[in-house]
Design a protein. Structure first.
Length: 255
């Protein structure tokens, strides 16, 4: 048993759910980011332990990267939501984000509970797919030494996820988010979240379109603890069983 699991008496999932509960209570609507991977699966699992009224304040945001996300990942994500947060499927907004205006329109239609499924093309070059962009910009890790900031080192994250997310939430003022990041994921994440209060691990980020208030309820968990909790609650992820990965990004130049 890990130190964290010991501290919380073997009730790590209760700790995650409690953090989410106290955060969601502050807002009428929150965005929960899902990728079909283990961390977001645990967020969905924890959401299933929330009171019904709080579950109905959640809007799941799922991004499928055109020409990089495997169909198995799409199927897996919807299956997780169906099992763990079925309220989100009451309103499904599918956005074929080949044009920026489509996401702006979707922003006006967002209601909780719900699910926003973004089929993401290149944000800055409308209509260009992941493979088009890789041919144009090159493999991300090759460009990393020339990047001006950490986000630019991963042009795939910047152009196919982050910019769409920012625009999607452009008319919401202060935007409460629930994200599946862990300090153990990378040195960068450990550094960015090192001073957070673990009783309520929240950070505020200024963006070009407003202010994000992000809760990271898994911040002090390890990958082993996440996998353990999913196994204990019989949440099986087929893509990991077959390929050892979520397949949200089939090709990743950063591994």
């Amino acid at each position: 048993m890990s130190l964290m699991n010991w501290i919380y008496g073997g009730k790590l999932l209760d700790m995650v759910a409690d953090r989410m509960k106290r955060f969601i209570e502050r807002y009428d609507m929150v965005y929960l980011f899902a990728s079909g991977g283990k961390d977001s699966a645990l967020l969905l699992l924890a959401s299933s332990y929330l009171p019904e009224g709080l579950r109905k304040r959640i809007v799941v945001v799922y991004t499928e990267i055109v020409e990089n996300t495997h169909p198995m990942n799409v199927e897996q994500t919807y299956a997780l939501v169906q099992r763990l947060l079925p309220e989100a499927l009451e309103r499904v907004e599918r956005v074929d984000a080949a044009r920026q205006s489509m996401v702006r329109v979707a922003s006006y239609r967002v209601q909780a509970p719900g699910l926003i499924h973004i089929r993401a093309y290149n944000h800055d070059y409308p209509g260009r797919t992941f493979l088009d962009t890789m041919e144009m910009l090159g493999v991300g890790c090759v460009r990393a030494s020339y990047a001006r900031n950490p986000m630019e080192k991963r042009w795939c994250m910047l152009l196919f996820k982050y910019k769409w997310w920012t625009e999607l939430r452009a008319f919401k003022g202060i935007r409460p988010l629930i994200v599946g990041v862990k300090a153990s994921d990378s040195v960068g994440r450990e550094r960015r979240w090192k001073d957070v209060d673990l009783r309520m691990p929240v950070k505020t980020f200024d963006t070009p379109t407003g202010q994000d208030v992000a809760l990271a309820p898994l911040i002090d968990l390890t990958s082993q603890e996440v996998a353990m909790l999913l196994k204990q609650h019989n949440v099986a992820l087929k893509t990991y069983e077959l390929y050892g990965d979520s397949l949200n990004c089939v090709f990743c130049p950063f591994r």
